[in-house]
Design a protein around this ligand. Structure first.
Ligand SMILES: CC/C=C\C=C\CC(=O)SCCNC(=O)CCNC(=O)[C@H](O)C(C)(C)COP(=O)(O)OP(=O)(O)OC[C@H]1O[C@@H](n2cnc3c(N)ncnc32)[C@H](O)[C@@H]1OP(=O)(O)O
Length: 275
């Protein structure tokens, strides 16, 4: 956790808080992100996941924007690799894309909830990132765009897979084919974000309160709810029910269960062992 990263900063909300802020940290280029982000991001998420002090992660951007998208200066270099025959070149590029995808999916692999706090621009890669977060909030002046189509890219890091489940198929198709910009208020109307805050300060404070609320809940039930919901999104109801039955057969009988109901009866704040 002490390690320094080129594209990210980690800050514990306050001493003893289970809320950790993970901040995209390239403000001079509007938090545009290149290859080093994709190497650092899964490592940091894994470290946060393994750290028992961490209950909830809040992902935000430093400076004026959440994320201005892929770093356009490194985009050409990422795709420019044509040594060897066509088949080998394509296979290498496929592996590279899978590596980039895997970095974004690291948020879903992380057992702890990841909340996106979005201000300013959230474009292209930014949408791939926030759609893999568990909950999203934004400021009124946030600007979103599924921008890839304008750069002659079929979005390939998760937006086209996750956005339809969040806003509905038709809306996802419209936003992805037009690449049009939309506001924080429209993001709320679409269901992309759960709530819009008037300013960046209100966003920070509001998200901190929500994150601390989740962080105070029984940890096994929080990680179970995230894992089961993500699984249920990807399978049918019968398979989802089977998964939660297996999950709870091994995770339901915990000290958290007794503590949660005792605290409720005794009208006191519960305390749970960390995960
Ligand atoms: C395998 C492929 C995987 C993923 C592909 C993803 C596709 C995408 O992400 S598509 C989206 C790409 N992004 C863009 O097209 C955004 C372009 N930028 C903008 O629209 C604006 O810069 C802005 C982000 C809305 C910010 O506007 P503003 O606040 O007015 O500041 P600026 O003066 O415009 O920018 C400040 C500074 O940031 C640099 N910058 C912004 N975006 C990028 C970017 N995507 N890549 C590189 N650099 C970026 C901008 O150049 C400025 O830097 P200077 O040094 O001052 O020029």
């Amino acid at each position: 956790m002490e390690e320094k990263y080129e594209t990210l900063k980690i800050q514990q909300e306050s001493p003893n808080s289970g809320v950790f802020n993970l901040i995209i940290n390239r403000p001079s280029v509007s938090n545009a992100l290149g290859l080093n982000f994709f190497s650092e991001f899964p490592k940091v998420l894994n470290a946060l996941d393994q750290n028992p002090t961490v209950a909830v992660i809040v992902l935000s951007g430093s400076g004026n924007h959440f994320c201005g998208g892929i770093d356009l200066k490194s985009l050409a270099a990422m795709a420019d690799d044509n040594s060897g025959d066509q088949g080998r070149t394509s296979e290498r590029l496929r592996r590279k894309i899978k590596f980039l995808q895997d970095a974004i999916t690291a948020m879903e692999r992380c057992r702890k909830p990841v909340i996106a706090a979005i201000h300013g621009a959230c474009l292209g890669l930014g949408i791939n990132i926030v759609t893999a977060c568990d909950i999203r909030y934004c400021t009124k002046d946030a600007i979103f765009s599924v921008k890839e189509v304008d750069l002659a890219i079929t979005a390939d890091l998760g937006t086209l897979q996750r956005l339809p489940g969040i806003v509905g198929f038709g809306k996802a198709m419209e936003l992805s084919l037009t690449g049009r910009r939309f506001s924080g208020d429209e993001a709320k109307e679409l269901g992309l974000v759960s709530r819009v805050f008037g300013s960046r300060e209100e966003l920070k404070e509001g998200v901190r309160t929500i994150a601390e609320g989740i962080g105070g809940k029984p940890p096994l039930a929080v990680v179970g709810t995230k894992a089961v919901l993500i699984r249920s999104r990807d399978v049918n109801v019968e398979q989802g029910l089977d998964y939660v039955a297996t999950w709870n057969s091994s995770m339901l009988l915990s000290e958290d269960l007794t503590e949660a109901s005792s605290a409720q009866k005794q009208k006191r704040k519960p305390t749970f062992a960390k995960l």
